[in-house]
Design a protein around this ligand. Structure first.
Ligand SMILES: [Zn+2]
Ligand SMILES: [Zn+2]
Length: 148
């Protein structure tokens, strides 16, 4: 399929042990990559997230949520340790780990916090590259605030 803004049909994702499943009906075939220090510490490398307008999460008793900042929650399966999503709490937006879903027709939408990316790796694809300051400015332009 073309990796434009066409939505993928129904897709099901799961953690390694299968205790947590995510059924999404409106996944966008676009991957957001975050190079920030927190994402890399969380997952061992850059975060690759995909989002959906409509989804159902099952296996609630296996999910642990961690408030990684005043505006973000990160969730993982407490049985197998698989990271599940990053949730931006002011908008309730979930960014699911792309690797939960067995999908190939994806393209990188953008890379963010490129100013925090270490030098030892680079993606070959040419994509929009945004610094942390640019991402925060975009969010503030939408009315969000990150002051404590
Ligand atoms: Zn699991
Ligand atoms: Zn990040």
């Amino acid at each position: 399929m073309d990796a434009d803004n066409t939505k993928i049909g129904a897709a099901k994702g799961s953690c390694l042990c299968g205790s947590v499943t995510i059924s999404a009906s409106g996944l966008k075939p676009l991957v957001d990559i975050c190079h920030c220090t927190m994402c890399r510490k969380w997952g061992g490398g850059p975060f690759m997230g995909i989002s959906s307008d409509s989804f159902t999460i099952s296996g609630e008793e296996h999910i642990t949520r961690y408030a990684s900042s005043d505006w973000a929650e990160r969730a993982f399966c407490k049985s197998c340790g698989t990271n599940l999503w990053y949730r931006f709490t002011p908008t309730d937006h979930h960014s699911f780990l792309a690797g939960l879903f067995d999908l190939e027709a994806l393209e990188i939408e953008q890379q963010i916090f490129v100013d925090e990316k270490p030098d030892f790796y680079d993606f070959a694809q040419k994509t929009p590259m945004k610094t942390g300051a640019q991402i925060i400015a975009e969010a503030e332009a939408q009315g969000l605030s990150f002051d404590d």
